[in-house]
Design a protein around this ligand. Sequence first.
Ligand SMILES: NC(=O)C1=CN([C@@H]2O[C@H](COP(=O)(O)OP(=O)(O)OC[C@H]3O[C@@H](n4cnc5c(N)ncnc54)[C@H](OP(=O)(O)O)[C@@H]3O)[C@@H](O)[C@H]2O)C=CC1
Ligand SMILES: CC(=O)[C@@H](O)[C@H](O)COP(=O)(O)O
Ligand SMILES: [Mn+2]
Length: 401
Amino acid sequence: MTPQSICILGATGSIGLSTIDVALRHPDRFRIVTLTARQRMDELAELIRRTGARRVVVPDAAAAQRVREGLTGHTGKVEILQGDQALADVASDDHTDVVMAAIVGAAGLPAALAAAQTGKRVLLANKEALVAAGSIFMKAVRESGAVLLPIDSEHNAIFQCMPGGGQGSIGNGPAKGVNRIVLTASGGPFRTHNPDEMAHITPEQACAHPNWSMGRKISVDSATMVNKGLEVIEAHWLFDMTPDRIDVVIHPQSIVHSLVEYDDGSMLAQLGNPDMRTPIAHALGFPQRIEAGVDWLDLLKVGRLDFEEVNLLRYPCLDLAYQALRGGQGACIAFNAANEVAVEEFLQRRIPYPGIAAILEQALNWYSARSNVPVVSIEQVLELDAQARTFALAACQSRAA
Ligand SMILES: NC(=O)C1=CN([C@@H]2O[C@H](COP(=O)(O)OP(=O)(O)OC[C@H]3O[C@@H](n4cnc5c(N)ncnc54)[C@H](OP(=O)(O)O)[C@@H]3O)[C@@H](O)[C@H]2O)C=CC1
Ligand SMILES: CC(=O)[C@@H](O)[C@H](O)COP(=O)(O)O
Ligand SMILES: [Mn+2]
């Protein structure tokens, strides 16, 4: 078997590191060729030593110099490329068979799209790429014959529960016999928090997810349930389901990763410990199953599985995400961009936690007042994304003043 060459976009992040962990368990199947990072250059140099990667992409010359310094004494030859265009180039050139798209935010869209356009095997963690450009992205997959495999735990679970174990379930219309998909949500760290005390929530509290260890942005998204909203939009594009056929239910243990409801009354679910190495190994090995290093699920230790209805007064952002999905691609772009800005402002302690929901509502209103903006090309997507960020930042600043 010739090993497949992997390019990991966002290698220094939570998903990137889990991908490296799984891939290194299977040297006969995978060779990690390309890594990319934005800020953590010392970590990147260490990952080059660990994986034997032959090329990396970093933002600029200063970052390249830091990597070179970190590689002192390393004998392997490493090509150090710079800039955003290089991200798209490595994701789409002949040195890459498999792309793990694990950059956080819409910043990951151009490179993930380049991989999709060139028919790669695309392992998609970067949900914001689909939220911002679902139609363009799915068209690229269909036209190029790319194999798109969802990494997000819920979508990977749904994929596994689809007819035929998921084979052919993406990009071919709604699956026959499927009535509804149900995304599970943990409820995040504030599921039982006193609603009157939301204004005092700190970034540290918001990033302390009860079940998953993840990057800071997605951790805040889980707390607000923007994450589940983004996932509803992601599921819409991946599985071609209308919003009324995508439901969300709170499941505090994060053991049932999502469910598919069939016309005959069956519900299929995928269960596992909350460890992203499971969906990553599933997608890397698909259609075969490969070892992931994950502990076996001990149902007796788990003891019980609870399910609760989502209270939209506690989680207004989920309702706003459904509004964005029903409002079309432009509304989704505005929602996602405003969220990225608001989360960063919250993490920098410049707006309070409830400000995130308020900014999202303002951004949707801002967009609906200009809803004739066309977003059919990637340039138009990026233009609207930039405008929505400018709007959201100004809204954050006037809230903080
Ligand atoms: N973590 C998880 O368990 C899950 C994550 N996801 C999704 O996967 C994606 C990654 O999440 P996660 O790994 O948690 O995030 P992290 O913040 O841990 O990692 C993000 C990665 O992207 C890089 N990066 C950040 N901004 C840019 C940019 N503008 N240009 C290029 N590279 C950039 C970072 O580099 P550096 O660190 O060097 O700055 C890092 O390697 C997100 O879209 C998230 O929603 C989905 C499901 C589960
Ligand atoms: C691991 C993963 O896929 C995350 O997106 C996870 O879903 C976050 O948990 P909640 O959004 O359910 O809190
Ligand atoms: Mn998820």
